[in-house]
Design a protein around this ligand. Structure first.
Ligand code: ASP
Length: 340
């Protein structure tokens, strides 16, 4: 071999050796800079896990619930289609469910043992772990927006009670009289429950949303009236970051519904993300593990909705019903109540 050929041989070898390194670098860059890649958006909502009776609900009743969830999806999808953020989509979708009298959040909130309404909500962004929450609020029409304001316009993560109400009022959110949250259905159900259940044992429900936007960002939000017949001042999992709500671009966004005390004790929403990130489980496996095994085996009732950074979704529940619906870019919206 003359010297020129030797030099050429080594040059080619270097290029061949460097190629995989360059490719790996490109993959790493894409993974850690998801905003550079266009994602197919996904939005999932829930209206609570529980024991809805298909007979009592009837086909017409079921259709009304499904339509309500689909209108929440439509509002959120409009945001995502225009390249808006997962956070905005989650907030608008939840506001629609909060305004609907049939879900246990906002307008349709259940009653405490004292016959009052105390609302909880939280929201989280997956990009930078920003989060906000309100708990035990009594006069904010849309607690999910107050949670977002805590996140964006205060140095805190959670505000509670009268302080949170005043904070929301000062920032211009719609404030209502406490009688706004009265619905005949909810009150009748409270009176029935008061006869048979003791304090802290009532039925529940909640609304929530999770989304992946075109930029690859995840967000989650949850809003609730809590458990019917709850003690005055009781705070559930819904406003607790890591328990009822979690979002992390590295794994998934989660919104939970169910017996809040247990979802707090097992950091349920966070547990889904942790199993994906550290054990490399799929979203489906991690979400079912939390609902079916971790909580289900102790007879804790509930469910969750989740979307991962690839747009996969999971909606496990261990109750008879869970109001749930989703839309994926380019597909028709789907809504369900009972097991398929
Ligand atoms: N998790 C809510 C709470 O405990 C209730 C529910 O989702 O059903 O306040």
């Amino acid at each position: 071999m003359n010297s020129n050929r030797i030099i050429r041989f080594f040059k080619i070898r270097w290029v061949l050796l460097l190629l995989p390194v360059l490719l790996l670098n490109a993959c790493y860059y894409k993974r850690h800079n998801p905003e550079d890649v266009e994602h197919n958006y996904v939005l999932v909502v829930h209206g609570g896990a529980g024991y809805a009776d298909p007979e009592k609900m009837g086909e017409e009743g079921a259709r009304l619930y499904q339509e309500a969830m689909k209108s929440a999806l439509a509002a959120g999808e409009a945001v995502l289609r225009d390249s808006g953020s997962a956070l905005d989509a989650v907030e608008v979708a939840i506001r629609i469910l909060e305004d609907h009298p049939s879900f246990n959040a906002g307008k349709g909130a259940v009653f405490t043992a004292q016959g009052t309404n105390e609302l909880d909500a939280s929201i989280m962004e997956g990009k930078d772990h920003k989060a906000g929450a309100v708990a035990g609020v009594r006069r904010i029409k849309n607690p999910i927006s107050a949670a977002r304001m805590v996140m964006e316009s205060s140095p805190h993560v959670m505000l509670s009670g009268a302080g949170a109400d005043v904070f929301a009022m000062e920032l211009g959110l719609e404030i209502v009289d406490t009688t706004y949250f009265f619905t005949q259905d909810s009150w009748d159900s409270y009176l029935r429950q008061r006869e048979k259940a003791s304090e802290g044992e009532g039925k529940h429900g909640t609304v929530g949303a999770v989304a992946l936007d075109k930029h690859g960002n995840l967000a989650a939000g949850t809003s609730t009236g809590g458990m019917m017949m709850k003690k005055w001042g009781r705070i559930g999992d819904s406003p607790v970051i890591g328990a009822g709500t979690w979002a992390d671009n590295a794994s998934c966004a989660v919104s939970c519904t169910g017996h809040g005390e247990y979802f707090i004790r097992y950091a349920a929403a966070h547990e889904v993300a942790v199993r994906m990130e550290h054990r490399k489980w799929t979203l489906e496996r991690a979400a079912h593990y939390v609902i079916d095994d971790l909580l289900g085996k102790q007879e804790v009732n509930g469910g969750l909705i989740a979307v991962d950074k690839y747009g996969n979704i999971a909606m496990p529940f261990n109750t008879r019903s869970m109001f749930r619906a989703y839309i994926k870019e380019g597909e028709e919206p789907q809504a369900f109540i009972f097991k398929k």
